[in-house]
Design a protein around this ligand. Sequence first.
Ligand SMILES: C[S@@+](CC[C@H](N)C(=O)[O-])C[C@H]1O[C@@H](n2cnc3c(N)ncnc32)[C@H](O)[C@@H]1O
Length: 214
Amino acid sequence: MLNQKLKALTKFINKEDIVIDVACDHAYLAIYLKENNLCQEVYASDISREALKNAQKNIQASKVSIKTYHADGLKNIPLKENNINTVVIAGVGTNTALNIVKNANYPISKYIISSNNNHEELRKTMQELNYYNEEEIVIKDHHKFYPIIKFIKSSKKDNNFNLKYGKSSNIDYYHYLLTKEENIIKNIPEQNTEEQAKHQKEITNLKKIIKERN
Ligand SMILES: C[S@@+](CC[C@H](N)C(=O)[O-])C[C@H]1O[C@@H](n2cnc3c(N)ncnc32)[C@H](O)[C@@H]1O
């Protein structure tokens, strides 16, 4: 039931964690965590009543007990009362994920985020919010790459290179980004030197990553 992305994400969850899967949709992740005893407690929430109904059906069918919340992000979820310290946000855009983090009114020690786009913005803004990218993996599922990032509460800072390209060791992912850049540059007119230089720099950087992390 659990796709490769969500399965990979469980690598960042520890036995002692009290987790909420925000944007749980089907709640497969929460069910998997509970069934396999991978954390101390798990909650699930979603903004969509329809999704939550589906989640509750799946939870019942799995014969596990998971409390669910109908909520926009973490708003009105009793984080303190439930001692929630780990928040999973997966399968939403970076803007949505960041709004959820910004609106949290309780100090969360770990966010595990796999957003669909703008990963540089995600890393930069999380850093501004004092969350450090401690580990990042990239999973390929059905021909698509999914970065999954473990952010921990810390004022430790990353360099601009890591903020831009992430910290994954998945060389296939960087080859994919490199091919994308090489295709872009092919279509830039030679006289557009500024754009040419911009994309050439991307190519140089991606080649450097591939060489260094191989
Ligand atoms: C594509 S599903 C992702 C499901 C699962 N997390 C995954 O990664 O496979 C996106 C879910 O995010 C929910 N969602 C979108 N914005 C949300 C928000 N602000 N708060 C809570 N849930 C949200 C949607 O209702 C939908 O169920």
